[in-house]
Design a protein around this ligand. Structure first.
Ligand code: TXA
Ligand code: MG
Length: 324
């Protein structure tokens, strides 16, 4: 049985701490997507995350921290990494940094790498980590390869019956996973576009962010586990659509109609007023809803590629990629 508790519930924090201390995972809201969180220092707890998700073990997890001291006990910060943390934490930025000698993150969480991905989330999840006193490893709370959850109901649909507890914090504010940045001394490499636009990082640091050439095609693993086919709905996804084919549902942007829309199974608009933040927050929910209509395919209109559009288009390309 999976319990769902609103985070406003008096006993929510204590209930979550109990499950975590027991070495088991809890699904919880973050500002990006719902995470499946467990003690990052406990090998059984981490194993249980991989098993619950059906996730390949070579794909390392992000360790979530409550404050900068907790982060510094785990990884080494260059001055540039310090600046990024000071600017963007708490928030949707994950930094990949060298493990420090005092690190207690279990190698199962880092897949044996000499680096760890760390992030300080906003709001309830951060308070919970502070209460737990140790970092929480947390991938998105979905079965591996599926669309990430942005509501407690999405988590229940995907993982109900497999976990003890889901904390319900409503809809996630950002709706896309964090931006992942490798900080190599003074060099910045984008491993995954996400909730913090690359332009903002370049503006804040005055440094260019290197995008790997394969980033745009998504056909190789950069952050290990950034598999091309991911976020896969059941229906096939067709990108840059300008007209609607038979049996298709439509996901469009900015109130612009596609040719033949009147015959579509459903029409969803990521942001009728053309706001990329609103579009990001709606993306995963609308992919799931379009899929649930039973449409044979999902036609997605072109989305601008600046700012958050880069992350939106990255997820859409993965949703549309050929399945293994
Ligand atoms: O917004 C988010 O980041 C959400 C919420 C729950 O915080 N989490 C999330 O986790 O998206 P996940 O497991 O779905 O994605 C983590 C990504 C993977 O692509 C993994 O390969 C990469 O981070 N990663 C983890 N550790 C790494 C490392 N040491 N070096 C490079 N990539 C790493
Ligand atoms: Mg994920």
């Amino acid at each position: 049985m999976t319990r769902i508790l609103p985070i406003s519930d008096q006993g929510a924090v204590e209930a979550a701490l109990e499950v975590l201390r027991d070495g088991k995972p809890v699904a919880l809201p973050t500002e990006t997507v719902y995470g499946l969180a467990a003690d990052a220092t406990n090998p059984e707890a981490i194993t249980s995350i991989y098993e619950t998700k059906g996730r390949p073990r070579f794909n390392p997890l992000i360790s979530h921290v409550a404050d900068i001291e907790m982060a510094k006990a785990q990884v080494s910060f260059s001055p540039l990494a310090e600046q990024l943390a000071a600017t963007f934490w708490p928030g949707p930025l994950t930094l990949v940094l060298p493990l420090s000698e005092t690190s207690t993150i279990h190698p199962l969480a880092t897949a044996g790498l000499s680096t760890a991905a760390v992030r300080m989330p906003e709001g309830f999840s951060r308070q919970l980590i502070a209460g737990f006193g140790r970092p929480l490893a947390a991938p998105s709370a979905n079965r591996s390869g599926r669309v990430s959850p942005t509501t407690a109901q999405h988590v229940a649909d995907d993982l109900g019956g497999r976990i003890d507890l889901i904390l319900d914090g409503g809809r996630c504010r950002v709706g896309l996973e964090s931006t992942i940045l490798a900080v190599d001394g003074a060099q910045l490499r984008l491993l995954r576009p996400g909730g913090i636009p690359v332009e903002l990082i370049e503006e804040a640091t005055g440094k260019p962010v290197e995008r790997s050439p394969s980033q745009s095609t998504g056909d190789s693993i950069i952050a290990p586990g950034m598999l091309a086919s991911h976020y896969a709905p059941n229906a096939g996804v067709r990108l840059d659509a300008t007209e609607v084919g038979p049996g298709e549902a439509v996901i469009r942007f900015g109130g612009e109609r596609l040719a033949g829309e009147d015959n579509a199974i459903a029409v969803l608009d990521l942001s009728p007023r053309g706001d990329l933040r609103e579009a990001a927050a709606n993306l995963f929910d609308m992919l799931k809803r379009a899929d649930a209509t039973g449409a044979t395919g999902i036609a997605v209109a072109p989305i601008p590629d600046q700012g958050l559009g880069e992350a939106i288009n990255d997820r859409l390309r993965r949703a549309a990629a050929p399945r293994p």
